[in-house]
Design a protein around this ligand. Structure first.
Ligand SMILES: [Fe+2]
Length: 216
């Protein structure tokens, strides 16, 4: 079985990820060469710092899906949904029921627990993106403990693996997923493959988590 990238911005003309079709193709080549056979694209939704052309998501996904298929990679559509001021934010679940959430890096969002729990009650499995970025979040924070209790998975970015904050989460066994959050770096797939292969416990956890989940 190949590797999985479950957080990336590889659709051109959609968000702040890759800028052109050529760049997207270079990235797909790089993922295939690094041993990935599944790549989830997760366009930003509602992120106040990013303009997302949601009208382009389906067209670009259809185009990229075919290109990925030629390279032996299954492209899967998800979203990275920002939880902030929107009462009922939309999510695009991937592999049946995973949803990727992001939040403000500086201020603790008021309703993260509420949203995570509501999604959980809808049968969705929540992944909190790049936990190392949130200054208000730590292994000691109450909200982190509560999120773990309702089954939220924590994802860290490959390029943050050496950061002190990630070390705390690693020691506590709270890093479930390592992902690229790739916005256009063609060398990242190789770095991610290396990180996954040098963290076999997390790799196994990811294989278990994402095994047997068929795309609808
Ligand atoms: Fe992202």
């Amino acid at each position: 079985m190949g590797l999985i990238e479950c957080h990336s911005h590889l659709l051109p003309f959609v968000d702040d990820g890759v800028r052109s079709k050529d760049d997207a193709l270079r990235l797909l080549d790089a993922y295939a060469q690094a041993g990935f056979d599944r790549v989830v694209v997760t366009p930003h939704l509602y992120n106040p710092l990013v303009t997302t052309r949601t009208q382009n998501i389906r067209t670009m996904f259809t185009w990229a899906y075919g290109e990925a298929q030629h390279r032996g990679v299954q492209l899967i559509l998800g979203s990275e949904t920002y939880i902030g001021g929107i009462a009922d934010p939309q999510v695009l679940p991937f592999l049946n029921n995973f949803v990727l959430l992001e939040v403000d890096t500086v201020i603790e969002p008021l309703f993260l627990l509420h949203h995570a729990y509501a999604l959980h009650k809808r049968g969705l499995t929540v992944i909190l993106a790049h936990i190392e970025r949130y200054r208000w979040f730590s292994v000691q924070s109450e909200v982190a403990t509560e999120l773990r209790k309702i089954g939220v998975y924590f994802q860290c970015n490959v390029d943050a693996l050496k950061e002190k904050t990630v070390q705390h989460y690693l020691e506590k066994g709270w890093v479930d997923i390592i992902a690229g959050d790739n916005h256009g770096d063609e060398h990242m797939p190789a770095r991610l493959a290396e990180a996954l292969n040098t963290n076999p416990i997390i790799l196994q956890r990811m294989e278990n988590l994402f095994a047997k989940r068929e795309e609808i």
